[in-house]
Design a protein around this ligand. Structure first.
Ligand code: FAD
Length: 536
């Protein structure tokens, strides 16, 4: 299966071309560091590109202040990883081993040079992505998430970091090994995220972690942009790539994490170009890297709460927690929200045994237990296949009496061939039960009622569109999806009933609810916006 970058171990170390080094030298300035001098500390902004002329640089373990791993950077190499593109902060510290000379270029000037010289940009981004891939795989990071795996707040932070491919390590408060005990002492045995000795977030939330990493873009009042893209699922990110490629200034605001629903899919096999499949989170993250390269900005986790039209025709979007964005056009790419089970307290046990996605994060809860998946669509089928690798057994509960109407036939065949999967037709969940965590569920099939013991229930029974933030500015169909094109007399295909507001992907009435169609709509909508901005 494809990942987010090449394997750094097997990548041949290719030096930058001589003309590229000359171009970097022309806009940078030389700087020298003494042996043992710190070159970047955790939390410092990645605001300059560092090309190493001579010397040696090591990455530090923030707690022991000793070298992390055995890799150092030397002449001909450059410092940094993907956070450089988004203007994030360093999450690993760096120190000169011996006297080191670098050429340093301010971030904006370097991004400008990369935009002008695509071969240079390809080289740098390939190395940055491979480094991030390796950091994530090895969990090499100063970021330590401390708290119980069963704590929903800790789970949210973990899910936010993994979906955004930020490397981190998790430690349980009851951990008995030396490192866990020392870290827990640092935070007084309470849930926290620590970056180093001095930088800790107590009772952490994704928003605070994002702020510490400078991912949420400090939006003050009245930030202006040509296009405001709301939602960073496949549709929003495809729009972000194409807006940047067309030279339009675009800002993407995302409520949770890059990927949208696709981020919850562990393996997408029907997206062209990935014959061995790709996880939805990796696919959309690749798109984000591409969009950042074209200069599109991202702010997350931030939610657009409402939209209004100013007297001068600009759209004004208000964010949760304050801040406004003024935009000449809007792309609604807000997708759908999962449906909950029709029970009295459907939110009970959410993230404590009840899940709406089946990724690595949730799969951990299926070890040594039976998992139950509710639903008969493709997402339920994929989840069951994925979970069958770790769970003792996977039960699929389907209300109807067959799968062929709702699930692709290749998936039905796979489910039937997997001995650990059992499909229960005509079956519904009627109650959830447990202490702090789900322990068992009651299911009914006709008159027969039975109890299934499980600590992991996956609810995959469809979804409803996220349109509240559109504040009645556009027409919706009777199921709440946004109408576009001829149906509302719009001039351009993906335009809504209000000029300048466009809708793409799952939130749009009549769209095909698939990654490829969402990405396709996100890509083509930009030509309509370009035309609108030229002739509003
Ligand atoms: C488990 C699962 C597996 C799937 N597997 C496949 C598959 O294998 N192949 C396939 O083709 N399709 C698959 N799908 C369907 C596919 O993922 C969706 O069709 C696709 O993600 C839709 O993309 P989108 O960008 O339109 O919306 P979404 O992916 O729903 O993204 C919308 C984004 O908008 C954000 N948002 C919502 N409201 C706001 C707001 N007010 N402010 C800011 N942000 C907001 C959300 O947080 C979200 O990230 C799967 C879906 C699921 C759930």
């Amino acid at each position: 299966m494809e990942g987010i970058g090449a394997d750094l171990e097997v990548m041949k170390r290719v030096p930058l071309a001589a003309e590229h080094i000359d171009a970097i030298r022309a806009i940078g300035r030389e700087r020298s560091y003494g042996a043992g001098e710190m070159m970047a500390r955790i939390g410092d902004p990645m605001d300059r590109f560092l090309y190493v002329v001579e010397g040696e640089i090591e990455v530090l373990d923030p707690y022991s202040e000793k070298r992390l791993g055995d890799v150092t950077l030397g002449p001909g190499q450059f410092v940094g990883e993907l956070s450089f593109l988004s203007g994030g902060n360093y999450f690993l510290a760096m120190r000169a081993v011996s006297r080191t000379v670098t050429i340093e270029v301010a971030r904006e000037a370097m991004l400008d040079l990369m935009a002008r010289v695509p071969e240079l940009s390809d080289h740098i981004i390939t190395v940055f992505a491979a480094r991030r891939q390796q950091l994530v795989e090895r969990r090499s990071s100063s970021i330590k998430v401390i708290g119980s795996e069963l704590d929903p707040d800790i789970q949210k932070v973990g899910a936010f970091l993994s979906r955004n491919h930020i490397p981190f390590e998790s430690f349980d408060l009851d951990g008995r090994d030396e490192e866990a005990m020392q870290l827990c002492k640092l935070v007084d045995h309470k849930p926290a995220v620590i970056f180093d000795h001095d930088r800790k977030i107590e009772a952490p939330t994704p928003r605070e972690v994002a702020r510490a990493l400078n991912m949420n873009l400090d939006i003050g009042d009245d930030l202006r942009t040509d296009i405001l893209i709301v939602g960073a699922g496949p549709a929003g990110v495809a729009a972000a790539v194409n807006a940047g490629a067309e030279g339009l200034s675009a800002l993407v605001v995302e409520d949770t994490a890059i990927g949208g629903q696709a981020g919850a899919s562990s393996r997408i096999e029907n997206y062209m170009g990935f014959p061995t499949g790709i996880s939805g989170a990796d696919l959309v993250f690749r798109g984000q890297i591409q969009a950042l390269r074209f200069g599109t900005r991202f702010a997350m986790p931030r939610r657009i709460e409402r939209l209004s039209v100013e007297r001068d025709g600009l759209f004004c979007a208000t964010l949760d927690g304050g801040g406004r964005v003024l935009a000449r056009s809007i792309v609604a790419a807000t997708g759908v929200r999962y449906r909950r089970l029709p029970l009295e307290r459907p939110e009970q046990f959410e993230n404590a045994g009840v899940f709406y996605a089946a990724t690595e994060t949730e799969a951990r809860f299926c070890r040594n237990t039976d998992a139950v998946v509710v639903g008969g669509g493709n997402s339920a089928g994929q989840a069951a296949m994925y979970l069958s690798r770790v769970a003792n057994r996977v039960h699929i509960l389907v209300r109807g009496d067959k799968l062929s109407d709702t699930m692709s036939s290749y998936l039905v065949q796979r489910l039937e061939a997997q001995p650990k999967i059992e499909i229960h037709f005509g079956t519904e969940v009627t109650a959830l039960d447990g202490g702090d965590h789900l322990e068992r569920i009651t299911v009914r099939a006709g008159d027969a009622v039975r109890i299934l013991s499980t600590r992991a229930l996956f609810v995959m029974i469809g979804a409803s569109p996220n349109t509240g933030w559109l504040s009645d500015l556009v027409q919706l169909d009777n199921r709440g999806f946004v109408k576009t094109g001829q149906a509302v007399g719009a001039q351009r295909p993906l335009e809504t009933s209000r000029q300048g507001i466009f809708a793409v992907g799952d939130v749009r009435a009549g769209s095909v609810k698939r990654v490829a169609s969402a990405a396709g709509e996100g890509s083509v909508v930009v030509s309509g916006i370009y035309e609108f901005l030229g002739n509003p």
